[in-house]
Design a protein around this ligand. Structure first.
Ligand code: WTA
Length: 571
């Protein structure tokens, strides 16, 4: 679709001269913004919380503006320092030390953020889990990471496996729980007893801080390992891309179980010391507009799937709210439809800025900057300090307009440093010094990048990454299912939905009741967002002679596309 270019945003941008910054910027040049520039030792929690709490002008500023259907709370930077100090002391009491993995499995809450920074303060590695995960998803991640401790709520405890987790020593429960088991620790009791001050564990820039599990097309979810050094890029992009200024009220709608919810729901805003809105509860157009209006949100980072639902809710809905404080909107996670950008210009009188990056990249890489024109449908240009290109399968760079693999020159600050327990997998992402993203794209003659799709079978449903292998594995655990192949099927609002093809074991008949039961089985075993919306029973599932499910072929059949090369298809 050919759409008109949208000129650069008016106003005072933090990054004014993109071309010059690309030529002159070096990551070294921003190191003096951090305390470790002088001491050599670092801790993200200090830079994002304590540094502001130490500043008399900032300490009483609201850091966290939390709201959920049944709770509303404000924490200043001073509160956040104290609460995270206390939690660090609780962790130390139970022997948690540098490098240990401590996981969080709970809905968004003030306690989540206090615990998260407490973990980082003792030098441990935080592993946030999406609250909708069911037992299998929780088990896979706790097993692989060998987490020593888990923080959760009595409600979610039901989905924490009771066996098979030999490394897991303690479970900290936020909220009342009747059973008294040695393994359980009561959050409230411990926090009341804990001292307000703590010694921060000063670590090296390359020491671990965060593990985010994410899905690929094969195997179980992998633990993407991030280090403290990532803050350079969280800080720089908070400046250039989020365009954060001192008095901003910022809202990132992502859950901290996903990378957007940590890099841009925690690190970038708090490194800049702005007030951060966190909203719990489910999405509804009215609730979201209400949140924007009520807190006078100025900078808003959200996702295409939500924006598309807002478009569907229509003009009448947005017009009910006073959104006059809003000055900057950004989007991530899926392609941003040009129609949504056009609608944003009308509904908010603002541009919506698409940003492209991944769990593995740790921070934004290709973005629409306030100071550049937007070409609707394009992800924008690489930020200063980043080299991006399009390569073929051999690692050769391709000229403009040729589609290929989107690749980034290795060595940016927020890049993953390994895949937990699987360094070989990590190394497989690189060719000739390029990180190969698995996304296909092309660039135009002016250096704008245009997303085309995934090159592997990873599914992106409502902006959440789902690995087909995980869903297939769960499906075949059901007694009726013999084989399963899972694909992403295009969907106007959700980007893609999950469609599963299955064959049945002897003695089972296809019926709507059975299909419902199988869908429910995945939903309750793995997670709601990974459950197939469509399920089709077939006589066979196409496989290669070596036994690999040919998801491409399933997809071509489903979409009525040419099937391409099927020479490896098993008889
Ligand atoms: C997709 C989320 C098109 C892409 C931060 C990528 C996008 C995957 C965009 C990463 C975008 C992310 N336009 N597609 N602006 N941003 N994606 O790891 O396929 O959950 O590889 O990280 O989402 O998803 P992840």
């Amino acid at each position: 679709m050919d759409m008109e270019k949208i000129p650069a945003r008016e106003g005072n941008h933090n990054l004014k001269d993109y071309e010059r910054a690309r030529q002159t910027f070096s990551w070294d040049s921003i190191k003096s913004n951090f305390s470790w520039f002088e001491t050599g030792k670092v801790n993200m929690a200090f830079e994002a919380v304590d540094r502001h709490a130490d500043n008399p002008d900032k300490k009483d500023q609201t850091a966290l503006l939390f709201s959920s259907p049944d709770r509303e709370e404000k924490l200043t930077f001073d509160d956040l320092r104290r609460e995270s100090n206390k939690f660090a002391n609780v962790l130390r009491k139970y022997g948690i030390k540098k490098g240990d993995r401590v996981f969080l499995f709970m809905p968004r809450s003030p306690e989540f953020y206090a615990s998260f920074f407490g973990i980082i303060k003792v030098g441990a590695i935080a592993g946030p889990l999406f609250e909708a995960f069911m037992e299998q998803a929780v088990r896979d991640r706790l097993q692989d990471s060998e987490a020593r401790m888990l923080i959760t709520t009595p409600d979610l405890l039901k989905r924490v496996p009771q066996a098979d987790l030999p490394a897991l020593e303690k479970i900290i429960l936020i909220g009342e729980h009747e059973e008294t088991v040695d393994q359980y620790i009561n959050y409230k009791v411990e926090m009341e007893a804990a001292a307000n001050e703590t010694e921060i564990e000063w670590v090296d820039l390359e020491d671990g801080m965060l593990l985010h599990y994410t899905s690929g097309s094969t195997g179980k979810p992998k633990g993407v390992y991030h280090v403290h050094n990532a803050m350079l890029q969280h800080y720089a992009t908070g400046d250039w891309v989020l365009d954060l200024k001192k008095n901003d009220i910022y809202w990132c709608t992502a859950d901290p179980g996903w990378v957007t919810g940590t890099s841009y729901g925690i690190f970038a805003p708090w490194l800049h010391g702005v007030t951060n809105v966190v909203r719990g509860g489910r999405f509804s157009p009215d609730d979201w507009y209400h949140t924007l209006g009520k807190y006078s949100v100025t900078v808003w980072y959200t996702a295409p799937t939500a924006l598309r639902k807002l478009v569907s809710a229509g003009k009448e809905t947005v017009e009910k709210y006073d959104l006059s404080a809003l000055r900057h909107i950004l989007s991530v996670g899926e392609p941003l439809n040009p129609e949504v950008i056009t609608w944003g210009l009308k509904a908010f009188e603002l541009r919506i800025h698409d940003t492209w990056w991944m769990t593995e990249t740790g921070a934004q890489l290709i973005v629409n900057l306030p100071c550049l024109e937007i070409r609707p449908g394009s992800m924008g240009k690489p930020i200063p300090g980043i080299e991006a290109t399009i390569i073929d399968n051999e690692g050769n760079e391709l000229p403009p307009y040729q589609m290929g693999n989107l690749a980034i020159k290795k060595g940016w600050p927020s890049m993953m440093r390994t895949v937990w327990n699987n360094h070989g997998k990590y190394e497989s992402y690189f060719i000739h010094g390029w990180y190969v993203s698995g996304d296909s794209a092309y660039k135009d003659e002016d250096g704008y990048f245009w997303f085309q799709g995934r090159l592997d079978d990873v599914i992106n449903t409502s902006g959440e990454r789902v690995g087909p292998f995980e869903v297939e594995s769960k499906l075949i655990e059901h007694p009726a299912v013999a084989e399963a192949g899972v694909i992403g099927k295009p969907h106007p609002e959700r980007g893609e939905i999950i469609k599963a093809f299955i064959t049945l074991n002897d003695g089972y008949e296809d019926s709507e009741a059975l299909r419902d039961e199988i869908r429910q089985f995945v939903k309750t075993g793995l997670s709601a967002h990974a459950a197939p919306r469509e399920l089709e029973v077939r006589d066979t599932i196409p496989k290669t002679r070596s036994g690999k499910i040919m998801r491409r072929l399933l997809k071509s059949w489903e979409l009525g596309l040419p099937t391409g090369d099927t020479s490896t298809l098993e008889e």
